[in-house]
Design a protein. Sequence first.
Length: 218
Amino acid sequence: MLTFSRRWFVASTAVAGIMLSNLSTSIGLAKLPVPKLKGGMPLMQALAARRSTRAYSDQNIEDDMLSSLLWAAFGINRPESGGHTAPSWHGSMETDIYVADAKGVAKYSPAEQSLKSVIEKDSRAKVSPEPFVGTAPTILVYVADLARMAKAPEADQIQAAHVDSAVVAENVYLFCASEGLGTCLIGGVDKKGVATLLHLPESQIVTFAQPVGFPKAG
Ligand SMILES: Cc1cc2nc3c(=O)[nH]c(=O)nc-3n(C[C@H](O)[C@H](O)[C@H](O)COP(=O)(O)O)c2cc1C
């Protein structure tokens, strides 16, 4: 993950085509590198390669790749409307992605293409009782803010929130297939424990987690 220190950036966003010069980040907020929006595997090959992987090497995911991964997951692909790479129930856009790695946990901002640190401690082992999950260098944790789903009948909100997270997860599966990364969607998450860890308000629920890392050889 990025180092969360005060830094100056000269960055451009490929999507918006806007030049941001001398952008100062506050402590705890790290602007991600511009995501790479070209290249990758042809779609049909990525679909052919998609699979769940449960053993990861020690190799970390570099910031460039992390930025592209998060953009593929739920980045903004239509800046004019704020539309995302994944659909959501009535455009609720209620999925927040938290990124857990050896340095801590940070929250992804699609609008800023940035990460905001929320915990500065390795918390990966707390995400799931399934031991392999905590061995991944990076774990994406999906949180749905039901307060953003006011248009959905209350009885449908939780199901719709899980569907929306799962659609994001498929984007991640395809990105991983394309980049030679391994991943696995995890329903077996310690949802209560993670909600407490992240100090989530009552309206926000943990839906899934998704470890990401390079597959272990052999
Ligand atoms: C909603 C959902 C929840 C899942 N939860 C887990 C899980 O908790 N642990 C796990 O190892 N795999 C989990 N998986 C992955 C499935 O086990 C996996 O997709 C399935 O075995 C088929 O393998 P494949 O993805 O390689 O095609 C989950 C998949 C889905 C769609």
